[in-house]
Design a protein around this ligand. Structure first.
Ligand code: OOB
Length: 572
């Protein structure tokens, strides 16, 4: 006998700014928004071609005799069965319709199985990264009043069972929300019986607002890269998100013969929907999850599975090209390499295309909505020198100066955007929403862009964010933690240009009088940040101690001068 789950009544999803009705009506009219929820979409996808191969991936629930994950294969029909078993497990664990579920898994078969399970339990996934630690998780759990935390005790990087326990302890101590129940995805699922599988299955409808259509309600919470503090939560709605998926499938020409290699973290918006996992499912394509992003692993999978399509961030694309050249690797099946998440330089784009003998498609997107693609029909100049153009004819793009006035065509300015799949506000962020969006609902992306012919070119960035390997890091999140150190008087975090990862996190410290950071300030601070349970990729890799910080003539800290100082230090 098993104990009844400790059922905890969770708060309903808080109201969140949605696209106003005058726009919604237009998007329905244009056929962009159809009345389908993501759970329905996923079920249709599994049932469209039940015998087609859906997924090849390592499983943490199937281990070999040495305890290593085994590669498993699912057809779409088998995926439905597994997803329904996962839904059943979540429901038995107490997850209720409309509850939020922290999904924190690496790119393993269980990621997809529990993604389906969460949607089919009528719950809302919150897309955490495997790199997130207590600092991030406790924030997300508190903000969302999460009912469950799905992790794998077999995942590497940290002890996730311990992390879950720490999360429970931290939340219990804080007393704000009840801790989530832990779901270890490496525990094998109880398969559904023949009878259960034969039962008519209609994924439940998530009723989380009083709006009429389920398809126009919030489906999940994606994480923002963040420019202020810990990542903000992005409420994405079913119909709008699915529109971006179908649009991406068309533009990227995904079809049932596509074999898509999933290398980047599955939880990213890029990997989810541009066209990514949902795009592959939409087209009954085969997905292959790479256990790690190394060229060795990826090349072997590409050759063995006949991969035709994949997506990378620029530093990885460069690493693959270098490795293929060095080791004389040929990847004849690979046709399209998407590159996005951070800026790809035109010269590097050319080299990669030539070495890997692939079409490069640049992708400039954001978890908040807008996604731009270069198109197959664009000439090579546009493919290499621009970051593409929006999915939808109704994506509105404004390029403005510091006073929100439009700049001349071809000039660089701030990118503002509004459209059929871009959010109108973050979840529970009234303050941030006032600055992050214009009064008429345009999202301030923080990117500096210009029109280059029909396409956008990213020429800079106006937000306090570091882009390391496509992972976004809010500068002030790190500064705030550094400033809490008892010996720190002042702290500034900067992104330093880097050949391998794009940018690295650098920290400049001013010690309190008499304090010191010892022989190796980097190590001292690394220990400190690790103890603060901050995700590893955010921890400063370069730490400099200075007696005072350079200031501008109005007395503000001059990041520009600091960056130059650090560059000099690095060079010498
Ligand atoms: C993607 O999403 P996020 O939310 O992790 O980051 C969005 C930000 C953009 O605002 C921009 O600053 C930067 O990442 N970015 C690029 C870029 N793609 C993204 N900067 C220059 N060139 C590019 N190609 O990163 C994302 C979401 C969906 C699809 C693709 C990427």
């Amino acid at each position: 006998m098993t104990d009844a789950p400790a059922y905890v009544e969770r708060s309903p999803l808080a109201p969140t700014p949605l696209i106003p009705e005058e726009f919604a009506a237009k998007y329905r009219e244009a056929g962009y928004w159809v009345d389908q929820t993501i759970p329905e979409f996923l079920l249709d996808a599994c049932r469209a071609k039940p015998h087609f191969p859906a997924l090849v991936a390592l499983s943490h629930a199937v281990l070999d005799e040495t305890g290593k994950p085994v590669q498993v294969r699912y057809s779409y029909g088998e995926l439905e069965a597994a997803g329904r078993a996962a839904a059943k497990r979540l429901i038995e664990a107490g997850v209720q319709p409309g509850d939020r579920v922290l999904l924190q898994l690496p790119n393993i078969a269980e990621y997809l199985v529990y993604l389906l399970g969460t949607f089919w339990a009528s719950a809302l996934p919150v897309f955490c990264l495997p790199q997130h630690r207590l600092n991030e998780l406790s924030h997300f759990a508190t903000r969302t009043d999460a009912a469950a935390h799905i992790y794998s005790s077999k995942a590497t990087g940290t002890n996730f069972s311990q992390l879950h326990e720490d999360l429970v302890e931290t939340l219990s101590a804080a007393g704000e929300v009840a801790p989530p129940v832990g779901i270890d995805a490496s525990v094998p699922l109880q398969p559904l019986s023949e009878e259960e599988l034969a039962e008519p299955f209609m994924p439940g409808v998530i009723q989380n607002t009083d709006s009429t259509r389920a398809s126009e309600q919030v489906a999940f919470l994606q994480l923002s890269g963040g420019t202020t503090g810990v990542s903000k939560l992005i409420p994405r709605t079913h119909a709008a998100y699915l529109y971006s998926v179908r649009g991406s499938v068309d533009i990227c020409r995904i079809h049932a013969n596509t074999t898509m290699l999933i290398v980047l973290p599955a939880a990213h918006n890029f990997t989810m929907s541009s066209p990514g996992i949902l795009g592959a499912m939409c087209a009954s394509a085969k997905m292959v999850f790479a256990g790690d992003p190394s060229p060795q692993t990826a090349f072997r999978l590409i050759q063995m599975e006949g991969v035709t399509f994949t997506a990378l961030v620029p530093p990885l694309a460069q690493a693959w090209a270098a490795s293929a050249e060095r080791n004389l690797v040929e990847l004849p099946s690979l046709r399209t390499l998407q590159v996005g998440g951070s800026k790809l330089s035109p010269a590097v784009a050319g080299t990669i295309a030539q070495t890997l003998k692939v079409d490069i498609q640049q992708v400039f997107g954001m978890a908040e909505g807008l996604v731009n693609y270069t198109r197959r029909e664009d000439d090579p100049y546009l493919q290499f020198n621009t970051q593409g153009r929006p999915i939808s004819p109704d994506d509105e793009v404004l390029i403005v100066d510091d006073n929100d006035q439009p700049v001349a065509r071809g000039e660089s300015g701030h990118l503002l955007t509004r459209g059929p799949y871009t959010i109108r506000g973050y979840y529970l962020e009234e303050n941030a929403n006032r600055f992050g969006f214009t009064e008429d609902g345009f999202y301030r992306t923080g990117d500096i862009v210009r029109w280059n012919g029909p396409n956008l070119e990213v020429t800079g960035r106006a937000k306090d964010q570091i882009n390391r390997n496509g992972e976004k890091i809010a500068v002030d999140e790190i500064e705030d933690i550094a400033l809490a150190h008892p010996d720190v008087f002042d702290a500034v975090v900067l992104g330093l240009p880097d050949e391998t990862v794009g940018e690295r996190v650098a920290l400049v410290l001013v010690p309190k009088p008499g304090a010191s950071f010892g022989e190796n300030p980097r190590r001292t601070m690394h220990e400190y940040f690790t103890a603060a349970q901050l995700a590893d990729f955010k921890i400063p890799e370069r730490v400099e101690v200075m007696d005072e910080l350079p200031t501008t003539n109005v007395g503000k800290i001059s990041r520009r001068e600091l960056r130059a100082l650090l560059a000099d230090m690095l060079a010498s």
